[in-house]
Design a protein. Structure first.
Length: 458
């Protein structure tokens, strides 16, 4: 024990001295200790001081979909590392080819798989593919613009950030990449058009057509959307939304990219989030749950028509996708993804996500009587609670209150998330995305912790 304590002090010292935490104001570490997580099992994690927490956010950013301590994934990665850790993605390798085959069997309307190693990178590939595809297909036009939806998040690299509808993420990093344009969010609780579903003519989806016409269809390559807006507040588009989007994309021959980085791999109660909606994307991007973060890996999955546009006589030296990702060639990461998908399928984790998601939603509805609870929404094990000062005016609670609620939950041993540096004044959604193996008892612990925290604040 003493040794462990000494080790903990040393780790805290190393953390303070050398490590720059993601998305963190380090001034806070003058008065509080940095979080250092040392191990996990199931839905539980333990910190450096030996405190155990129920992880309601699957590794903080909704990615350890199968939970911690899955030996079969670790073993698959280990075996592959011994055989062949890596070879550049300009060559195939067995786990990569099996992964590609598996992904296409899960997504039969798509045809080709391009591997990289983060969600941002998968989206960068989608943007580069869209621009090059459109220029190859329409050589007399200049179709390069990418349309995104306000509130969506698509990553941290410059183009991915440029396609993100969260102003607080962008501030200070401008100028961003030209040619990225926002449309209205699909956010019924705070409709940009002051309307109510279903009598709204789906104005938010039709905003895509307005934008395409404003810019000129001959300048637009693609639109990118999350199936359910994740970091921007867990916002589920209304039924019929994607049908209108699809129709507009087809009308103007604009590619539809769906970002499944968060929603993929069971998070929403189906293998992919877009399966809840009637939509047939041209490209799909995925990362987090693909290997449940046991290994870093992402993929951009593409329709044949896009692939075919890049085929040409090899003497035409620029007519192919001139892109590479060094770690996109990780055979070990592909082995991890294959083993992870096996776990999701064999344990029926999509079904568990749907069933436990219903249970979570049902229990959260008990909190509706709190004056602060404005809206509860989500699908599967991906649920948000929007907190307001006043249900009528929908004035958001302050970030201070959000911090207090989260802090109270942490003190009760439950880790939850909140909107973070998104839309000014509207970082007011509590977020839950536990591992897909979660039980009813563990969900009860989460809801009880929130209830307790709301009681303390009111
Ligand atoms: C919807 C979505 N797309 C893309 C990304 C970027 O993924 P990464 O952090 O792996 O680059 C994220 C990250 O949270 C995300 O939520």
């Amino acid at each position: 024990m003493e040794r462990e304590a000494l080790n903990a002090d040393k780790l805290v010292e190393l953390d303070r001295k050398y490590y720059w935490h993601h998305l963190t104001q380090h001034k806070v570490f003058e008065t509080q200790e940095p979080t250092i997580i040392v191990e996990g099992k199931g839905c539980m994690v333990k910190d450096v001081r030996g405190r155990e927490f129920l992880d309601g956010v699957s590794g903080g950013v909704w990615c350890v979909n199968v939970g911690y301590g899955e030996d079969s994934i670790a073993e698959a990665v280990f075996e592959q590392l011994k055989k062949l850790p890596y070879y550049a993605g300009s060559a195939g390798n067995p786990p990569m080819l099996h992964l590609a085959e598996k992904l296409i069997s899960l997504l039969p309307k798509l045809d080709k798989v391009y591997i990289s190693n983060s969600g941002s990178e998968a989206n960068e590939k989608a943007f580069k593919l869209s621009r090059q595809y459109s220029r190859l297909k329409y050589p007399s036009q200049d179709r390069y613009k990418i349309i995104f939806r306000e509130r969506d998040y698509h990553g941290t690299t410059f183009a991915a950030l440029s396609s993100t509808g969260q102003p607080e993420r962008k501030m200070g990093y401008e100028p961003l990449v030209p040619g990225f344009l926002g449309i209205a969010p699909a956010y019924c609780y705070r409709c940009s058009f002051g309307k109510s579903y279903p009598g709204c003519n789906m104005e938010c989806a039709r905003d895509l057509e307005t934008k395409i016409n404003q810019e000129g269809a001959d300048t637009v390559a693609a639109v990118i959307l999350e199936p359910i807006t994740a970091g921007g507040g867990i916002i589920v588009p209304p039924d019929g939304y994607f049908e209108v989007i699809q129709e507009i994309c087809q009308k103007y021959d604009v590619l539809l990219i769906i970002d499944e980085v968060v929603c993929g791999f069971g998070r929403t109660g189906k293998m992919f989030g877009h399966e809840h909606f009637n939509v047939d994307p041209d490209m799909l991007t995925m990362a987090k749950g693909l290997a449940s973060a046991y290994m870093p890996i992402s993929a951009t999955v593409i329709k044949q028509k896009i692939f075919d546009q890049f085929l040409a006589d090899p003497s035409d030296t620029l007519h192919y996708f001139r892109d590479i990702s060094t770690f996109g060639g990780s055979a070990a990461a592909c082995a991890g993804a294959n083993a992870n998908i096996k776990v999701i399928e064999q344990r029926n984790l999509c079904e568990n996500s749907a069933a436990m998601g219903d249970y979570l939603m049902g229990r959260l509805k008990e909190l509706e009587s709190f004056s602060m609870v404005g809206d509860i929404r989500g699908k599967g094990l991906f649920v948000g609670v929007e907190l307001v000062e006043d249900k009528k005016t929908k004035a958001p609670v302050s970030e201070k209150v959000m911090g207090q609620i989260l802090g109270n939950c942490t003190a009760q041993g439950v880790l939850l998330g909140k909107m973070n540096r998104s839309v000014p004044g509207l970082n007011n959604v509590l977020q839950m995305a536990p591992a897909l193996i979660i039980t009813k008892e563990e969900i009860d612990r989460i809801v009880d912790a929130i209830k307790n925290s709301l009681e303390k604040i009111k």
